[in-house]
Design a protein around this ligand. Structure first.
Ligand code: ADP
Length: 391
């Protein structure tokens, strides 16, 4: 005895019910490409009235640009029919009566009726799915972008962390080296002062007090350089413009480095142009003291040092020239790098930070620094700043 399902499905009524009420669109096409049967879901899907599609060419349901190609695909299918999904891997589109094109998924089947070969197409509107896919794709793209942004941020933070670590270890090795000389100078001077108890030793005591002072200053300078560098690296340097007399400012800077001058060294000062300017005095002081003290430090006794300031409306130029040890040509390109010290300078105390700080300070006030140098003949550093016309 046939079971319930075989009975029901084999009956003509059952087929009609399935065809009528299937929520998927079903089309039956004859060999000439005409629509032989269409279910209500398909009519609704394409926006046609009942039976309106019957006997219409299948291509009526295709977008304009595909109509032409489709006829040959259809003929190909009838010559070699197989049950399969259509256009697998391709995006398929159909067109409603009102001209609206929409994405579809199609399964093809075939059968023979009274010797005539017929094709059946099961059509689903996948607009909502495509939209969801599109949204998912956009979300994924956003997510990927966010991930790559975040990765870049983390990489930058990591680089900064590495740089900081490197700087710290360089500081430790530099400090252990650079602090030793001034500290042992302080220690030996203190123990000598201890021994100079008589009044006639007054001169010697004074000399050692001066040595202690200069050693302590040396230590303070190193620490100050580190603090400036740290502030610069963290972008914590505020700019504070004020009006002041540049000529007097130059003379004060010369006074400040006076105690660094070696025997017979002299600083010659020439000033040209307007005196009142508006600039960040603290930054400019740091720049000028650095250049002047390097000029003293890197030249021998009896050498002449020159400070020339020219203040015209367009630019302010500050030029420091010495007749010192100079900078070897092959090392000149590295001079503004952190911790860089030229080979001919390593026996002289220094940290290799001053010029890096100077350059970075100058960038903050739209200034520039350059130099020319010949080994064993001397060096000229030139700082240029925007003139008072632009201040
Ligand atoms: P420091 O003087 O503490 O070493 P700087 O950053 O000021 O650090 O200078 C970096 C290097 O540039 C010095 O070590 C030295 O090799 C070179 N240098 C700077 N100024 C002069 C100069 N006036 N003459 C010769 N070499 C100089």
């Amino acid at each position: 005895m046939e079971d319930f399902y075989t009975q029901t499905l084999s009956s003509d009524t059952a087929f009609r019910v399935l065809f009528q009420y299937a929520t998927i669109g079903i089309l039956v096409i004859d060999k000439s490409g005409k629509i032989a049967l269409v279910n209500p879901s398909a009519e609704k899907l394409f926006g046609y009235a009942p039976s309106e599609l019957l006997n219409q060419p299948l291509e009526t349901l295709l977008p304009e640009n595909l109509k032409h190609k489709h006829a040959s695909h259809r003929e190909g299918y009838f010559n070699n029919p197989k049950a399969r999904a259509m256009g697998s891997g391709l995006d398929l589109f159909a067109q409603k009566k009102n001209g609206k094109v929409f994405p579809v998924e199609i399964s093809l089947g075939h059968y023979e009726l009274s010797g005539e070969r017929l094709a059946v197409a099961f059509i689903t509107d996948i607009t909502a799915r495509k939209q969801a896919e599109q949204e998912l794709k956009q979300l994924n793209e956003k997510l990927e972008q966010r991930v790559s942004e975040r990765t870049a941020e983390l990489e930058a933070a990591l680089d900064r962390e590495k740089e900081l670590n490197e700087m710290k270890s360089r500081f430790v090795s530099m400090a252990s080296h650079e602090f030793r000389t001034p500290l042992s100078a302080v220690l030996s001077s203190v123990s000598l002062i201890d021994q100079y108890t008589h009044a006639e030793h007054e001169e010697k005591r004074k000399k050692h007090v001066e040595r202690i002072k200069s050693s302590v200053k040396n230590l303070t300078d190193i620490l100050n350089d580190f603090l400036s560098l740290d502030k610069l690296e963290q972008g914590k340097v505020d700019i504070d413009f004020q009006h002041f007399n540049l000529e007097e400012f130059g003379a004060d800077a010369i006074d400040e480095v006076n105690n660094m001058l070696k025997k017979g060294q002299e600083i010659h000062y020439h000033y040209t142009g307007q005196k009142e300017i508006r600039q960040d005095k603290r930054i400019l002081r740091n720049v000028l003291l650095n250049l002047l003290s390097n000029a003293c430090k890197y030249s021998e006794e009896d050498k002449r040092i020159e400070l020339k300031i020219i203040c015209v409306p367009e630019t302010i130029s500050i030029v420091v020239t010495d007749q010192g040890i100079g900078i070897p040509e092959q090392e000149q390109k590295n001079l503004f790098e952190k911790f860089y010290r030229a080979k001919n300078a390593v026996h002289i105390q220094g940290t290799g930070l001053g010029l890096n700080i100077v350059k970075r300070y100058l960038e903050l006030i739209q200034g520039n620094i350059s130099f020319t140098s010949i080994k064993n003949q001397g060096t000229t550093f030139t700082v240029t700043l925007p003139g008072y016309k632009n201040a």
